[in-house]
Ligand binder design. Structure first.
Ligand code: PMP
Length: 291
């Protein structure tokens, strides 16, 4: 059976307060969220029945909506409970969870302060990949042409659908060239992140990662920083010019979907997945599995 969510007909989606059969959970074409990208979302994973950092994700969804000037009509506890209900109604133990909130269609114009706010939560299979030996081969990344925008030009700390337009274009371009993904620079030209994950580097046992001042400060990124510090690994959050990439030994992506994914190549730069990536991959696997 396909694991693609769009190929699945069965199962349940939580929509505006109740669980519905998937086929009944649909959205009117005239929705502000669709036409004007007044849409925010989350990506989460459940491991062995427990949603990793569920409340942090719920709180980020609420904050993302406020950054887009709308208020979600549920609090974090209600969202947490709804996510648990979706996981269990679909019979999952480990899965990916996708909460999404958007403006409805009462006003089909730019200004829409009085619009209704909708929330849906879906879940689907997305196998976790902690096969260390396979992952240690590393993935190959291109360097994207688009850059993460200046905070003065977009609500860059929101996990907002509109901000993913340049991610999709950049990832498609990378895939067409045979790469797995693309690393994006920020508006100043510093290393930022990938199209759906944060990025970290290691050199001489020190972990280096860009300051999340114009892109998503991932929940996984913060977890990895904590895990590294607990291991006594020094963590340097700083601006990283791309020319510095030639001096790093290791590189890996981190995010809910990517978990910890070592990188072997970014454009002209080469890395050798090694001890720091391996240790943090193992620590993260233990953490999400309740260890
Ligand atoms: N950056 C982007 C653009 C992302 O889509 C994601 C995945 N949500 C991340 C970073 C990592 O965030 P998190 O660890 O909270 O999943």
């Amino acid at each position: 059976m396909s694991t693609h969510p769009e190929d699945r007909e069965e199962g349940f989606i939580w929509l505006d307060g109740s669980l519905r059969p998937r086929s009944d959970a649909s959205l009117p074409v005239l929705s502000h969220g669709l036409h004007y990208a007044s849409t925010v979302f989350e990506g989460e994973r459940a491991y062995r029945g427990a949603i990793f950092r569920s409340t942090e994700h719920s709180e980020r969804l609420l904050r993302s909506a406020r950054l887009l000037d709308f208020e979600i009509p549920y609090d974090a506890a209600a969202l947490d409970a709804a996510k648990r209900a979706v996981v269990s109604a679909n019979g999952f133990k480990s899965c990916y969870i996708r909460p999404i909130a958007w403006r409805g269609g009462e006003t089909m114009a730019v200004a829409a302060r009085q619009s209704s706010i909708h929330v849906a939560i879906a879940a689907w299979d997305w196998p976790s990949m902690f096969d260390v030996s396979e992952k240690m081969k590393g993935v190959r990344l291109d360097i994207a042409e688009y850059r993460r925008p200046d905070p003065r030009t977009a609500p860059c700390h929101a996990k907002a659908s509109g901000l993913y337009m340049i991610c999709t274009i950049s990832k498609h371009a990378a895939e067409r060239k045979g790469y797995a993904d693309a690393m994006m620079l920020d508006w100043r030209g510093f290393v930022a992140e990938c199209t759906g994950a944060n990025i970290m580097f290691a050199r001489d046992g020190v972990l280096h990662t860009p300051i999340a001042d114009c892109f998503l400060d991932g929940i996984t990124r913060r977890a990895i920083i904590d895990l590294a510090r607990r291991r006594g690994i020094e963590v340097a959050e700083r601006h990283i010019p791309p020319e510095e990439l030639s001096g790093f030994d290791e590189c890996f992506l981190c995010g809910t979907g990517a978990e910890v994914t070592p990188v072997s190549e970014i454009g002209p730069y080469r890395f050798m997945p090694g001890q720091v990536s391996r240790l943090l991959m193992e620590d993260y696997a233990r953490l999400v599995n309740g260890g």
